[in-house]
Design a binder for this molecule. Sequence first.
Ligand code: PEP
Ligand code: MN
Length: 343
Amino acid sequence: MIIVLSSGATKENLEHVTRMLEERGYGVHLSEGVERTIVGAVGVPNDPGQKGPIMEQFEALSYVEKVIAITKPYKLVNKPFHPEPTVIDVRGVRIGDPTFLVMMAGPCTVETQEQLMQSARAVKAAGAHILRGGAFKPSTSPYSFHGHGEPALKMLAEAREELDMPIITEVLDVRDVEMVCGYADILQIGTRNATNFPLLTEVGKTQTPVMLKRGMSATIEEWLQAAEYILAQGNKNVMLCERGIRTFETYTRNTFDINAIPAVKELSHLPIIADPSHATGKASLVNAVSRAAVAAGADGLIIEVHPNPEKALKDGAQSLLPEAFDILMHDIKPIADAVGRTM
Ligand code: PEP
Ligand code: MN
């Protein structure tokens, strides 16, 4: 349930409500907006979330404006909990700010320092804000390349140093969370780990921003519940990423669910990033799907770029050449302008 305090509520009023909730076994989550303080109460098992005696006890308080039952299985990521959009500041890059479009780009996998730097310099020159690169690669096949691990993180950190760009990289394993946090500005949770609840819990214990990809066959509600795992541990710096879902279609690698972008905006306050590279699996489709995602309201894009896609160790078919990424940046500019976002 959500308790909205009236605009004149005092600090003592808030303390009183907090105490009342704690006495009744609820966890208390505050969202202090410009106009109103919203107190979120979660965590009572089998709380019917319906109008009942407990809600009425809070409604009886003079400084409570209203009490709203939350029947959805996700609470902290639910929009009424936090009506203003969440903005995550990553070294000055404001992800989720409705007036800004964040561009993340780089290779699927860090192969060599030279390959990384070529991609990084190219995407930076084209105007990207954040560098992506995989050090730990999830693979469907146990025989494919799994990434260089920590040495690749060191290469990413060098690229950050040289180009002054924050870095995003995937963490695959609970045992690596602390180590990867030592390098990454944003932790990526990939589609194959999107319901790895111990991993979600572990990244939730950090304060490092997390980009949670949608499970390849997850409904929007399941995906939001996965995000809830992270927020429930105290890490509110979560953004979502639509990367395509499994359908009967085989021409493309996945099917980009454009619906997910406005749907997430309607249901949640978390930023939503689009990944047209994994959604399409085809470099030739990335530009058009990027434009569609920006038009639909995405807060940013994450795009795979490789200096030599035919030699890429992973995801070459969907990786853009630096020149194509430069064209994409020019092509999305008028769309970003039209929806009121600078980039
Ligand atoms: C990736 O970003 O390279 C990746 C493996 O993505 P996904 O988890 O969406 O397949
Ligand atoms: Mn990839």
